[in-house]
Ligand binder design. Sequence first.
Ligand code: ZN
Length: 161
Amino acid sequence: MQGLDDLYREVILDHYRTPHGSDALENPAVKVEGFNPLCGDELVMEMSVDADGRITALHIEPNGCSISVASASMLVQQLSGKTLQEAIALKDIFKAVMRGESWPAGQDFGDLEALEGVKNFPVRVKCALLAWMTLEQALAQYDPELAGQVEADDDIEVKTH
Ligand code: ZN
C-alpha cells in the first residue's frame, strides 16, 4: 500500500500548492468564514448560485495546513456546477467517511478519495472537515430552509458576513 499512500500524498500536495477556486467572484451570493482552532486553519468561502439552484462558482481563500487547503480545493473541484442538493449529498458522504464509514460503492469521488486516510487521525479530521462545515453555513445563509444542514461542532467556528 506504500505506493498508494504516496499517490494520495501527491494528490493532496497538488491541491495544496495550487488550490481550485482562487478566482474572486463578482457578486457572490454568500460569504462565510471558517476557523479550526485546533490547527489554526482559516478559510473564507464565497459562493455564487443561479436561479435554478446550481452552484455556478465557488471562491476560497484558504490559510492553513495541507489537509485543510486540499479539502477545500477538492470541494470546489467537485461542487462547481452542481446543485445545492448535490452539494448536500456529497457533504453528507464526506462527513460520514471522515467519521469512519467507507465511500459508497459504485460512485467516483475523484481526488476526494485521497483524503480517506485522514479519518485515522481524529485531530486532522477537523482540518479536512473545515471546508465542508463552512459549506454548510454557506448553504444555510443562501437558503434559510437549509439551516438544518448546519451541524454544530465543539471546535470548528463558522461565521457569516
Ligand atoms: Zn489543519
